[in-house]
Ligand binder design. Structure first.
Ligand code: HEM
Length: 411
């Protein structure tokens, strides 16, 4: 523990493997927020961790004091993610391009594809009696949409899921690090070939669009297109998968909330916001740029700092009855997508995927539950969420038959 850290704020925490965090991530943050405004974990090289909405919101706005360059991960990830790991002014022009490609009108066009995919996946799910929700909907939906964005065949979905899994969620031992490096290298080769191919054969897809775009009056280089595509892969698949997992787990274990959505589907857009608020799962990190007092403690240049959105979003000083999930809550402004210059560029797309998935699923499958005695495990890291979510489907809309028998050991 460095000399500038008061012993009273030291609390060992590692978001990959602290058992109480993996067992109950939201409960962990609620507890830490009540104990500390800010704490220091000596794990993973040592880092600060803020807990309150006001401080985390302020930190996102203070990019001069809390830099995203060269990494927003703890431990540091030696990968350039454009524009996530860039500060202003370099960040601004890239971000403008992303804003165009994920503007609400573009997402409206994609919504047709999202709905078609949700119908296909939920119809297949509705014929089961028991399933793993992550495999049935949460993983294939965002991967399928990513294929559509990049103009790739749906046969690539399984590879994307496997790469994503290895790169984002495997951590810790040297063997895993080696697997991670390999997956990273293979993905880079794949995306690099895709960029080369689209350069020669442009189509109506995101990579072709980026290749035809200009930045400060000059065309983007192939490397820049690759770096941006790589970031979209990292940012857009796993996050939506985890958000769906968190949401369905909540609904499966809170029948009154679930019935509210079945009976009043008009509540779904607000429910999406409330679920993203109450169950945020991304914990970005920054590097302190100069010595400064922040959140009541002395920070030193070079210190790392974690910004847990879950803790901010459940802060009782910010929201009345903050721990309750209320689908009728008004004007929900939350930090699930962060804030400031790096606020999520794909938030419209993420919301559309969640909204349409909730609509199509509950149209077909109004009643479901987590089987009694099921052991649920979270995968840790900067994005935390369920590894698997076993569900028993206990009612489906008339006309949808249950085809599969209950697999032994599931129910
Ligand atoms: C529910 C799903 C999602 C959540 C909770 C989420 C959350 C976040 C958060 C917290 C950040 C800020 C990271 C930081 O400040 O260090 C971020 C950035 C970003 N997200 Fe998302 N995200 C989601 C879905 C998506 C999707 C679907 C895409 C696009 C395909 C996407 C693309 C991006 C990009 C490009 C950035 C970097 C923006 C920049 O650096 O300016 N995200 N996201």
């Amino acid at each position: 523990v460095p000399a500038h850290v008061p012993p009273s704020v030291v609390h060992p925490f590692n978001h990959w493997n602290t058992p109480e965090y993996l067992a109950d991530p939201l409960g962990f943050w609620d507890d830490m927020r009540h104990r500390h405004r800010v704490f220091w974990s000596p794990r993973l090289g040592g880092f600060w961790c803020l807990t309150r909405y006001a401080d985390i919101f302020a930190a996102y706005q203070r990019a001069d004091l809390f830099s995203s360059n060269p990494t927003v991960a703890i431990p540091a990830r030696p990968v350039r993610l454009v524009p996530l790991t860039l500060d202003r002014p370099e960040h601004t022009a890239y971000r403008r391009l992303l804003n165009q490609s994920f503007a609400p009108t573009r997402v409206d066009e994609l919504s047709v594809e999202i709905r078609a995919r949700c119908v296909e996946l939920t119809e297949a799910a509705a014929s089961s009696v028991a399933l793993d929700f992550m495999k049935a909907l949460a993983e294939p939906l965002p991967s399928g949409i990513f294929c559509k964005l990049l103009g790739l065949p749906a046969t690539e979905i399984d590879r994307f899921i496997a790469w994503n899994d290895t790169i984002i969620h495997v951590a810790g031992d040297p063997q895993s690090a080696e697997r991670q490096r390999e997956a990273n290298a293979t993905l880079n080769v794949y995306l690099n070939e895709l960029v080369g191919f689209r350069k020669a054969h442009p189509e109506d897809d995101l990579v072709s669009w980026l290749l035809g775009s200009t930045l400060d009056g000059r065309p983007l280089t192939d490397q820049e297109v690759l770096d941006m595509t790589y970031l979209l892969f990292m940012a857009g698949l796993d996050t939506v998968t985890l958000a769906l997992g968190w949401s369905w787990h909540f609904l499966a274990t809170h029948p009154e909330h679930r019935r509210q959505l079945v009976e009043e589907p008009g509540l779904i857009p607000n429910a999406v916001e409330e679920l993203l608020r109450a169950q945020a799962f991304v914990t970005p990190a920054r590097t302190v740029t100069r010595d400064a007092v922040f959140a009541g403690v002395q920070m030193r240049a070079g210190d790392r700092i974690m910004l847990p959105n879950a803790s901010a979003n459940r802060d009782e000083e910010q929201y009345p009855d903050a721990l309750a999930v209320d689908f009728r809550r008004e004007s929900i402004r939350h930090l699930g997508f962060a804030a400031g210059p790096h606020r999520c560029a794909g938030s419209h797309l993420a919301r559309a995927e969640m909204r349409i998935a909730l609509e199509e699923w509950h149209r077909r499958i109004p009643e479901y539950r987590v089987p009694e005695g099921a052991q649920l495990r979270h995968r840790g890291g900067a994005d935390i969420g369920l590894e698997a979510l076993p569900l028993e489907l206990t009612a489906r809309r008339p006309g949808v038959a249950a085809a599969a028998p209950v697999p032994s050991g599931v129910a």
